[in-house]
Design a protein. Structure first.
Length: 326
């Protein structure tokens, strides 16, 4: 019998106790008809003995010959999946026992939805994060605010993946999910369940925290591109400026003007078309950009301008630190 769900979980150097929590949270699901594809992405110590210890024929163990990273390893899982639905799982998270059942039930009853996420709990801080529920709200949030689908909570129709040939791309490293959502934003329908069906581990070992700079810049590039395409505005000069900062090239006040002009135009168009929709830039990236900008008179004038304050609110201490380079 073909599995109803394929759960894809790449693993790279996850400590054994944490990995076992993730594995057991899937094996203990109330929905039983699934295959669990675990991909060892060339961990320093093979995880096969851990996986084999469960003696569960629903588990399919794959080991990459080389490290393929956060984009390549999930693609191996997609290439080997047979389920009607594809569920993503991270090797340091914990799934609610009813996660698969509730997501399958929703997708069975809502045939128009292609990609389904859920609310989640950040732990160990125990912070509940709820996201927009319907397709329109999710897409507007994605384009103008933030990634509104929690990647390790997601379930996708296999038919959608096959039809669109969805794969993660290397150029979207550490924001690979956001890259997928935005690339196919006009081809799919999104939804989120308001139920908390995942415990998302957030600590100093998260890849997104180790590579915050790369993630922030790549996220902003994706967002600027989506915003430009949405309103028919030339986004290329703005993303070239972001790429300069990401690649540690010198940035000057004229670069800041280019980026701010793009942001201002998008904000004005958004306010005119959808005044209820909020707009924000990636704060981590913008602060990094300002710190890298050559501190000349023009930069100081922009830093203390109302226009910049409308984009990002900074304290006097933060502004002075950017001027003197601390």
């Amino acid at each position: 019998m073909e599995p109803l769900v394929s759960v894809i979980m790449p693993v790279y150097n996850t400590p054994e106790p944490i990995l076992r929590e993730a594995i057991e949270s899937i094996l203990n699901q109330t929905l039983k008809n699934f295959e669990f594809i675990i991909i060892d992405d060339c961990s320093k110590k093979s995880i096969q003995p851990i996986v084999d210890s469960y003696c569960d024929n629903r588990v399919i163990f794959l080991r990459n010959k080389e490290n393929l990273g956060v984009t390549g390893a999930p693609n191996v899982g997609l290439d080997n999946s047979r389920g009607v639905y594809i569920a993503r799982m991270d090797s340091d998270d914990i799934a609610h026992p009813d996660r698969l059942k509730m997501q399958v039930d929703f997708l069975e009853n809502n045939q128009n939805i292609d990609i389904l996420g859920t609310a989640f709990e950040k732990f160990p801080k125990k912070k509940i994060v709820r996201l927009p529920l319907d397709d329109k709200a999710i897409k507007l949030a994605m384009i103008f605010n933030y990634n509104a689908i929690c990647h390790p909570s997601v379930m996708i129709r296999k038919s959608t993946i096959d039809k669109l040939k969805i794969r993660y791309e290397k150029k979207h490293e550490v924001c690979e999910d956001y890259g997928v959502w935005l690339k196919y934003i006009n081809d799919v329908k999104f939804a989120n369940l308001n139920d908390v069906l995942l415990k998302y581990r957030w600590n100093g070992n998260n890849i997104s925290k180790r590579k915050t700079k790369l993630q922030s810049a790549n996220t902003q590039i994706l967002m600027f591109k989506a915003q430009g395409e949405y309103f028919g505005v030339d986004y290329k000069p703005a993303i070239e400026v972001v790429a300069k900062c990401r690649d540690d090239k010198i940035v000057i006040s004229s670069d800041l003007i280019v980026m701010n002009d793009f942001i201002k135009e998008i904000k004005n168009k958004l306010k005119s078309a959808m005044p209820e929709c909020q707009y924000s830039v990636n704060r981590n990236f913008y602060k990094t950009f300002l710190k890298k900008c050559v501190s000349d008179i023009s930069f100081i004038q922009i830093l203390f301008s109302k226009e910049l304050n409308d984009i990002i609110k900074l304290s006097l201490f933060e502004k002075l630190g950017m001027i003197i380079g601390i």
